[in-house]
Design a protein around this ligand. Structure first.
Ligand code: ATP
Ligand code: MG
Length: 402
């Protein structure tokens, strides 16, 4: 059994000593049975959240309204969730309030797919009431119970199904798939942040091709911002031959295939509620990718893009039929005279005193832009002497403009 579980056994023992049951559950159980690396170890218990808080000296309230308490144990944190059902669903979303139950089986019954509804006790005994192990062996994603009911209860599960196709390279069991085709419009009821979280995992999964195809075939894509009637772009994304190492580069390639105009990129990403930083990185990436498809990196393009994003693009450029020249890119970056405006051999204060004025203005930025352009074009050396000399010669013009 995985060391991550071994480390957590004392937690289960402590809960049992207090007179309750506790099991390993969720994605880590599924992944360990698949011999994959496991992420966080989740624990389900018959103990109420307040009871968990009494058992462990250090706990954090991360989602007590959902029955989850985070426990700090030997420098790791573990989420312990009280056995629960979600009996009353409203508006096709998970309910705000949960109903606690005392049996493991009732807890597993409310989980989405059979492969995610397996528990392991502290001795390594498997509790598998819904034949999840058989579905793991057959690489099948099957809803627990009646698939139609389950997707009506919580429409996000449809998106999770698509995500697992990509992440695990599994197929969807037939009745589960038919229910998703039928209920795909309900995905529009789900908060876009939660849809995006699953979409992100789908994008970086090992079978993105299968995941995106499923997302298109079931029509789930029609419920997502900016994807309406864009099967063409999504199929291009499905067929892109390389796996993405991170979500930024994945979205960059997606934006490329959507062929959005520059002004349309930010609104598209805002609809998906991406963060400002993500929006900026993806926009810069998409614009750089388009140029990189026309020509190799040069100083101005690399400066605007930044080496981090440029490297991510270069690593997938083979997917567009161009040879990967990462090493040349690294060399170019190392020889580039400046990497930010701060690297210029003259700062704002020095500039103002050279011009003999006290207060700056927009023209300062313009001068720095000009210096940057000249330095990157090898038309001006990035040394204090050369830049001062240049400014002195241009002084009259600059002062006229202000
Ligand atoms: P990952 O490896 O990405 O963490 P995961 O299966 O652990 O995948 P989580 O979102 O961490 O996904 O959820 C943990 C467990 O909670 C799942 O394995 C599943 O049993 C249950 N679960 C999560 N979301 C839902 C849902 N929308 N409906 C029913 N059960 C869910
Ligand atoms: Mg998980």
């Amino acid at each position: 059994e995985a060391p991550e579980f071994q480390k957590a056994i004392p937690i289960i023992e402590a809960i049992e000593r207090a007179g309750y049951e506790a099991y390993f559950v969720g994605g880590s159980v599924r992944d360990t049975l698949l011999h994959l690396d496991i992420s966080d170890v989740d624990i389900a218990s018959s103990a109420m959240p307040e009871e968990i808080q009494r058992i462990f000296p250090i706990t954090f309230d991360v989602g007590i309204q959902h029955g989850t308490v985070m426990v700090l144990f030997e420098h790791e944190t573990y989420e312990i969730t009280t056995f629960r059902t979600e009996s009353k669903y409203e508006k096709f979303r998970r309910p705000e309030k949960v109903q606690y139950v005392r049996s493991l089986q009732d807890d597993l019954k409310r989980r989405d797919f059979t492969i995610n509804a397996i528990a392991i006790d502290r001795h390594g005994n498997i509790k598998d009431f819904f034949n999840g192990q058989a579905d793991l062996a057959n690489k099948l994603i099957r809803a627990v119970g009646n698939p139609e009911e389950r997707f009506r209860e919580d429409a996000l599960r449809m998106m999770r199904a698509a995500r697992f196709v990509s992440q695990l390279d599994f197929e969807i069991e037939q009745a589960t798939k038919e229910a998703i085709i039928e209920y795909h419009p309900l995905l529009s009821k789900i908060a876009v942040e939660r849809v995006r979280e699953e979409w992100n995992k789908l994008l970086i999964g090992r079978n993105r091709k299968g995941g995106v195809k499923f997302f298109v075939e079931t029509r789930l894509f029609q419920m997502c911002p900016g994807f309406q009637n864009r099967e063409d772009a999504l199929i291009d994304l499905a067929l892109f031959p390389l796996q993405f190492k991170g979500t930024t580069i994945a979205w960059t390639v997606l934006v490329h295939f959507l062929d959005l105009k520059d002004e349309a990129i930010d609104p598209f990403l805002r609809q998906w509620k991406c963060s400002r930083k993500e929006i900026m990185d993806i926009r810069i990436g998409a614009q750089a990718l388009n140029k990189r498809l026309q020509q190799f990196w040069d100083y101005p393009l690399l400066f605007e893009t930044g080496i981090e994003i440029a490297m991510q693009i270069e690593e997938i450029i083979e997917g567009f039929g161009l040879p990967n020249q990462s090493e040349n890119l690294i060399e170019l970056n190392e020889s580039m005279p400046i990497h930010t405006l701060k690297d210029l051999a003259l700062d704002g204060k020095e500039l103002l005193s050279l011009l003999g004025i006290k207060r700056g203005g927009p023209f300062v930025g313009e001068i720095f832009e000009e210096l940057k352009t000249l330095v990157l074009a090898n038309k001006l050396e990035n040394s204090a002497i050369a830049i001062k000399d240049f400014i002195k010669k241009r002084r009259m013009i600059y002062l006229d403009e202000t």
